[in-house]
Design a protein around this ligand. Structure first.
Ligand code: IDP
Ligand code: MG
Length: 153
């Protein structure tokens, strides 16, 4: 099985009608969608997701933001997907993120940066478990896998 990562289109991404745009980028890149869930994240779950930031000045605002309205949570699969997704997100603050990245193209904000992506294999494993049970993650083949992941060496 190829590497998996967890992404969340945060409440501002849904409210600003950017979900299709964001998913489209990952689809076109060739990542395999293996799980998806649309839900309003509870405050408690937001606290667990962002536990590493507990105590920081922005923590309470972050929890409130993430749990304020529905979000779209997805698991994407591909070799190297964790780092590729992080590059596609761009820097944390919208105003710092490079054009061409999701945050760079669509966010001018500090904290309201549209999307979350796990930052390491350990985070990905932990975060996927927070949102999905094993039977909610679908194992299947993409018909164009040879073209998507082909090697010419
Ligand atoms: P990341 O999402 O790029 O991994 P982290 O540093 O892990 O960034 O921060 C988690 C989330 O917390 C960010 O995506 C952003 O929404 C929010 N955040 C981080 N730093 C600040 C801040 O200084 N002010 C407000 N919100 C922040
Ligand atoms: Mg982070």
């Amino acid at each position: 099985m190829a590497e998996r990562t967890l992404i969340i289109i945060k409440p501002d991404g849904i409210q600003r009608h950017l979900a299709g745009e964001i998913i489209g980028r990952f689809e076109k890149k060739g990542f395999k969608l293996v799980a998806a869930k649309f839900m309003q994240i509870s405050e408690e779950l937001a606290r667990r997701l962002y536990a590493v930031h507990k105590g920081k000045p922005f923590f309470e605002g972050l929890v409130k933001y993430l749990s304020s309205a529905p979000a779209l949570i997805m698991v994407l699969e591909a070799e190297g997907v964790i780092d590729m997704v992080r590059k596609m997100l761009g820097a944390t603050f919208g105003y710092d993120a490079e054009p061409g990245t999701i945050r760079g193209d669509f966010s001018s904000s500090r904290g309201y940066n549209l999307i979350h992506g796990a930052d390491s294999p350990e985070s990905a494993e932990r975060e996927i478990k927070l949102f999905f049970s094993p039977d909610e993650i679908i194992d299947y083949e993409l018909a164009d896998a040879d073209w998507l992941y082909g090697k010419n060496d």
